[in-house]
Design a protein around this ligand. Structure first.
Ligand code: HEM
Length: 119
C-alpha cells in the first residue's frame, strides 16, 4: 500500500504540472487532465487511509507527527486543487503554489524521514 500511496501522489505532481501547462496555453485538454487529478485525490486518500489502518495496528507510534503529516497531506491536496481552479479562471495562483511547496515538504519529510512505515 505504501507503493500505491507514493505512486498516487507522484502522479498528482506530474498531472498538476501537465494540467497547469495546458490551462496556461488555453487548451481545453487542461480540464480533462484536471478531472484525472481529482480522481487521483481519491487514490491518495484511499491509500493514505489504508496506511493509517496499518499504523493503527502498530498502536500509534509518533502519533503527533502522524497527525501533522495527515493535515499537511490534506493541505497539499487542497493547494493543488486551488492552483488548478485559479489557473483555469486565469487568476493568479502564486499564494497557492507557496502553500503547496510548504505542505509538500512537510509531508515528504515526515513521511520518509520521521514516520515508521517504509517502502
Ligand atoms: C500530496 C499529498 C501527500 C503526500 C506527498 C504524501 C507523502 C507521503 C510519504 C512520502 C509517505 C511515506 C511513505 C513511506 O515511507 O512509507 C506517506 C505515508 C503516509 N501517508 Fe501520505 N502523503 C500525502 C497525502 C496523505 C493523506 C491525504 C493522508 C491521509 C488520508 C496520508 C496518510 C499517510 C499515512 C497514514 C502514511 C504512513 C505513515 C508512516 O510512514 O508511518 N497521506 N505519505
Amino acid at each position: 500500500m505504501t507503493h500505491l500511496h507514493i505512486t498516487a501522489w507522484a502522479l498528482a505532481l506530474i498531472l498538476l504540472i501537465v494540467s497547469y501547462a495546458l490551462y496556461k496555453k488555453g487548451s481545453k485538454a487542461g480540464k480533462i487532465v484536471h478531472m484525472i487529478v481529482r480522481l487521483d485525490y481519491l487514490l491518495i486518500l484511499y491509500s493514505g487511509g489504508d496506511l493509517f489502518a496499518q499504523y493503527a495496528a502498530m498502536d500509534f507510534p509518533q502519533l503527533g507527527e502522524l497527525i501533522v503529516k495527515i493535515i499537511a497531506g490534506l493541505w497539499a491536496i487542497t493547494a493543488i486543487e486551488m492552483i488548478l481552479v485559479k489557473t483555469s479562471k486565469s487568476k493568479p495562483a502564486g499564494s497557492f503554489w507557496i502553500q503547496f511547496i510548504i505542505a509538500l515538504i512537510i509531508t515528504i519529510v515526515l513521511g520518509f524521514v520521521r514516520l515508521p512505515l517504509s517502502v
